[in-house]
Write a protein that binds this ligand. Structure first.
Ligand code: NAD
Ligand code: MG
Length: 361
């Protein structure tokens, strides 16, 4: 088992990574202070994994109640969070209860937000079941829901007591979802860890084949990378923005194509390739390095070219409203080298235009 500590002073917490963690009563017990435990999952994940977890908790003597929400990003709403509150209040859960999120990032974000709000804040535990949620959404304390007028617009920073990343549950993940998680893993390597790039070049075929041990190592390195950045800048006032590598381009794709057509990780993959191309145009990366980025994405079975129907102007329109635009100047995360990202506004806008034009040839 790998364990790492997210270092946030008195709100620090451990992340355990290994197969078969759902039945590890010894890992859960220290973080459950009272009897009341609310297990929250969705209609897809619950039939697969709820029973063993519930049995573990019951064996520890807890009162375990469940709240099963519908599956999907469209249900990441205040209405769903309200269903969690209903369940908590119906069972008369008090301020010392613990919420447990069993699911992907959608469930994790909602349960974290419910925990931040219920009786002004209760404990919660993340058991992320997608690769993306294990390497990204379960680390860092951002919680929340979507509003009809914007994604993730309602939320709070709220840290869990514990994260259990069970690599065994990844075996049931569809290949496309696995690749979407790999995109965020590649992101950590590109933005800050050249050795990790080399490691991925060697091991991506095994990762795509659901190799449990290799996935555990990749989750560990990714969580270490994110935890380090979050510890340095919990509220995204500085370096945390580096985690948005590929995301400004990616959001433009997601918005233009309509959410759900392209998975977030797929859009981010294209975004990282565009960021690499642009970095090359600025003289920071060589063409050989851009080719390495492309090869990494292809090895992860991810796209690297934007959707054919998306025009240059579509990108520019969507990117101009991206939340990373400060004072009217477009701020992008680019690569000064492989393994070294920078936040910059310091580029001629023509380089962005040229990069987008070139990939559309
Ligand atoms: P998701 O939670 O929708 O999961 C994807 C699909 O896989 C769902 O249908 C889910 O039910 C299913 N699934 C989950 N575990 C499974 C398993 N083990 N086997 C088979 N199927 C399984 O999506 P996601 O990609 O995990 O997370 C995306 C969400 O995370 C978005 O809402 C995004 O905004 C959020 N997010 C948050 C942060 C953060 O810092 N809080 C960071 C990144 C993403
Ligand atoms: Mg992301």
């Amino acid at each position: 088992m790998h364990t790492l500590e997210v270092d946030l002073g008195h709100r620090s917490y451990p992340i355990h990574i290994a197969p078969h963690l759902l039945t590890r009563a010894d890992l859960l017990a220290p973080h459950l202070q009272t009897r009341q435990v609310m297990l929250v999952s969705n209609t897809l994940v619950a039939p697969l994994y709820l029973a063993p977890l519930k049995a573990t908790l019951t064996s520890l003597g807890h009162q375990v109640e469940t709240c099963i929400l519908p599956d999907g990003e469209v249900y990441k709403t205040l209405d769903s969070v309200n269903q969690i509150f209903d369940a908590l209040l119906e069972h008369r859960f008090n301020r010392t209860c613990t919420l447990i999120a069993l699911g992907g990032g959608v469930i994790g974000d909602m349960v974290g937000f419910a925990a931040a709000c219920y009786q002004r804040g209760v404990n919660f535990i993340q058991i992320p079941t997608t690769l993306l949620s294990q390497v990204d959404s379960s680390v860092g304390g951002k919680t929340g829901v979507n509003h009809p007028l914007g994604k993730n617009m309602i939320g709070a920073f709220w840290q869990p007591q514990l994260v259990l990343a069970d690599t065994q549950v990844l075996t049931s993940l569809p290949a496309r979802e696995l690749s979407a998680g790999l995109a965020e893993i590649i992101k950590y390597a590109l933005l800050g860890d050249a050795d990790f790039i080399t490691w991925l070049e060697k091991h991506l075929p095994e990762l795509c084949a659901y190799h449990s041990e290799r996935l555990g190592e990749a989750v560990l390195r990714s969580c270490q990378a994110k935890a380090q950045i979050v510890a340095a800048d919990e509220r995204e006032q500085g370096v945390r923005a580096l985690l948005n590598l590929g995301h400004t381009f990616g959001h433009a794709i997601e918005t233009h194509m309509g959410y759900g057509q392209w998975l977030h990780g797929e859009a981010v993959a294209v975004g990282m390739y565009l960021a690499a191309r642009m970095s090359c145009a600025l003289g920071w990366l060589t063409q050989a390095q851009v080719a390495r980025v492309q090869a990494l994405l292809q090895a992860a079975q991810l796209p690297y070219l934007p959707p054919a129907q998306m025009q240059v102007q579509d990108f520019l329109t969507h990117m101009a409203v991206d939340k990373k635009v400060l004072d009217g100047r477009l701020r992008l995360i680019l690569l000064q080298d492989l393994g070294q990202a920078v936040i910059t506004q310091d580029f001629p806008i023509s380089v962005l235009h040229d990069t987008l034009n070139q990939v559309h040839l």
